[in-house]
Design a protein around this ligand. Structure first.
Ligand code: ATP
Ligand code: MG
Length: 260
């Protein structure tokens, strides 16, 4: 029997009002692999990722985490499954009223009642080290550090509970190429050292080619193409090629010019 995938989406569909955002999305991510979802703005990438965390519920279809459908889980069961997952949000989503260390410790306080405050802070410090942040960051508020550092704090927070699955929504967007490469390296290390399964949303093709075992191209709510980085590079699909070459970020809905 084939091993149970870490994440599996089966015919997942979602509409908001009359707008269908996801159409019959089906794919699985095997344990320990990194899959990237690419696609233009507004194609449904963040909506897809939110279904994996069950921050949104589908109209039809299902998300399975280690084989278990999550739509019907409640309370304790949902908590148990969510603890397996860490999410790095598109906008770091850190609390400015807390220090960086407290941000990383927050989830541990909620979920690791077996640990004392001191132990929790030790774990949080260790996670900040793991993502390559200096000690001086610990007591700063997120508003006092750079965008790249914030992304790292976001990753440290996501890995605080040692999740089996990491979900990243555009972890390198807005970073310079050097910082992007270092975030990519970090994602690679999570895989190599902690054997995590990752689902990464990105606009950044060089990043996708570096980190992905498999790339999925989301277009108008459907998986239009999927393959290894080499297969995607060599694909004959003109829309995909256009996206890869960056000539356009896809059929972005035209935003009317206010001057007219
Ligand atoms: N909660 C919501 N209610 C209504 N519509 C929504 C909601 N969330 C997303 N949408 C719509 O769904 C579509 C897809 O949004 P989504 O955020 O998934 O795009 P995306 O592919 O992540 O884009 P970007 O690359 O710009 O982040 C958009 O048209 C958006 O307006
Ligand atoms: Mg998005």
């Amino acid at each position: 029997m084939a091993p149970i995938p870490a994440i599996s989406l089966e015919s997942l569909s979602k509409s908001f009002g009359s707008q269908q955002v996801l159409r019959e999305i089906t794919f699985s991510v095997p344990k320990g692999e990194t899959y990237c979802i690419i696609g233009g703005s507004g194609q449904g990438k963040s909506v897809l990722l939110k279904h994996v965390m069950r921050l949104l519920l589908p109209d039809s279809g299902t998300v399975r985490i280690s084989g278990e459908s999550i739509e019907t889980l409640s309370g304790e069961e949902l908590n148990r499954v969510r603890k397996k997952m860490g999410m790095v949000f598109q906008e770091s989503a850190l609390f400015d009223s807390m220090t960086c260390l407290e941000n990383v410790a927050f989830g541990l306080m909620m979920h690791r009642k077996d640990l004392g405050k001191r132990e929790i802070l030790d774990v949080a410090r260790e996670k900040l080290r793991l993502v390559g942040l200096p000690r001086t960051v610990e007591e700063k508020s997120p508003s006092q550090i750079s965008g790249g550092m914030k992304k790292r704090v976001g990753i440290a927070r996501a890995i605080a509970l040692s999740p089996e699955i990491l979900l990243y929504d555009e972890p390198t967007t807005g970073l310079d190429p050097v910082l992007s490469a270092s975030i990519d390296e970090l994602i690679g290390r999570m895989k190599a050292e902690l054997s995590v399964t990752s689902l990464v949303i990105t606009h950044d093709m060089s990043s996708a080619f570096r980190i992905a075992d498999r790339i999925l191209f989301l277009y108008r709510g459907e998986i239009r193409a999927s393959g290894t980085p080499d297969e995607i590079r060599e694909s004959g699909d003109p829309l995909l090629q256009q996206f890869i070459r960056g000539e356009t970020r896809g059929p972005i809905p035209v935003i009317p010019d206010e001057k007219e």
